[in-house]
Design a protein around this ligand. Structure first.
Ligand SMILES: *Cc1c(COP(=O)(O)O)cnc(C)c1O
Length: 359
């Protein structure tokens, strides 16, 4: 059996070592004679696993004491509702957004059901190929928070700075969490669906500053950060297997040297791919250089008909999931933590061969 190089945007590649460990432990986890999926989430072995997962994540990200770490469900999309419903008093309160691509558009659309959205800055006019400069942002004076998307998974646009504003910063870090060190103390809430750079789908990570826990509206406990925090994210049955696999990924990241090591690896992987795209001339990526994502690299061929040929031939060469998102077309290589440098090297080699055949 051979594993392909997997460039999927999400659910995405997981470290092979992690999958092998899960395979070894599948029938008999922790000498219990059962899998981790078949025990109570309230049993000591699982509660210990959850505590260890949180500690490992705190170590990796340097999460300060005054932040809670929640392991929730519903995906990042659910946070588009949960955050405004917890942080605003009613639907006439204003929240500020920076719009930089598909996922901020989605977050804006959903947030409008719960609050007044003010788009303080947008890069729409550029076709979402840049990040608006902070000195052009038109912030409201009474916003409950500022929401932004540090990495736009579809447009391949990544902030190279953390915004500095007077209100809590809410970041949808679904596709670049754990890709490099980040100063958590600058954020009010960081959230991420697990299936890009953490673990399997079904789990949603929320890192929230304690002063934001209190719900501003009368909503059901399951929908509040406070009740989830008080019950250690076990108000109801959590996705235990996804939690377990994510815990293995955290251990794997520590063994790789932590986020500083991931940062240099990820920078190197992305840089060589962009360098090749820029020098060849056959492929293009229009994102402004400082904002090119290290995680998601969209690229295009001038002759649109060649995109499908590229995807098909790449698959035959063991390079999987390079089709661009339907919203943007073209091609996209997602090169998350679990995608090895050898995969990027193989992709570049394939791209060179493709130019020889079709250029
Ligand atoms: C994938 C993604 C989402 C949606 O995640 P779900 O877990 O499917 O809800 C939201 N935001 C960003 C930046 C993403 O990459």
């Amino acid at each position: 059996m051979s594993r392909v190089f997997n460039f999927s945007a999400g659910p995405a590649a997981l470290p092979t070592e992690v999958l092998e460990q899960a395979q070894r432990e599948l029938l008999d986890w922790n000498d219990l004679g059962t899998s981790v999926m078949e025990i109570s989430h309230r049993s000591k072995p699982f509660v210990d696993l959850a505590a260890q997962a949180e500690q490992d994540l705190r170590d990796l990200m340097g999460i300060p004491e005054n932040y809670k770490v929640l392991f929730l469900q519903g995906g990042a999309t659910h946070q588009f509702t949960m955050i405004p419903q917890n942080l605003t008093k009613n639907s006439s309160q204003v929240v500020d957004f920076i719009e930089t691509g598909h996922w901020s558009e989605k977050a804006i659309k959903v947030t409008k059901k719960s609050a007044q959205v003010h788009i303080a800055a947008s890069s729409r006019d550029s076709g979402f190929t840049t990040v608006p400069r902070p000195d052009t942002w038109n912030l409201s004076d009474n916003a409950a928070y500022l929401h932004y998307t540090p990495n736009e998974t579809i447009h391949g646009v990544e902030f190279d700075f953390i915004p500095e504003v007077d209100v809590p910063i809410i970041a949808d870090m679904s596709s670049n969490i754990l890709s490099r060190p980040m100063d958590v103390s600058q954020f009010g809430i960081i959230y991420a669906g697990a299936q890009k750079n953490i673990g399997p789908s079904g789990l949603t990570l929320v890192i929230i500053r304690e002063d934001l826990l209190e719900p501003q509206r009368d909503i059901a406990p399951l929908m509040t950060f406070k009740a989830q925090a008080e019950k250690d994210s076990m108000l109801n049955t959590p996705p235990t297997f996804a939690w377990y696999l994510s815990a293995l990924v955290f251990k794997w990241l520590k063994a790789q040297g932590g986020l500083a090591a991931m940062e240099s690896l990820n920078e190197r992987k992305a840089q060589k791919l962009y360098d090749y795209i820029d020098t060849e001339g056959f492929y293009s990526n229009k994102v402004e250089a400082p904002f090119r994502s290290w995680m998601n690299v969209p690229f295009f061929i001038a002759d649109d008909a060649l995109h499908a040929v590229f995807v098909k031939e790449a698959e035959q060469a063991g390079l999987q999931a390079l089709k661009g998102h339907r919203a943007l077309g073209g091609l996209r290589a997602s090169i998350y933590n679990a995608v090895p440098e050898a995969a990027v090297d193989a992709l570049i080699e394939f791209m060179k061969e493709f130019v020889k055949r079709h250029g």
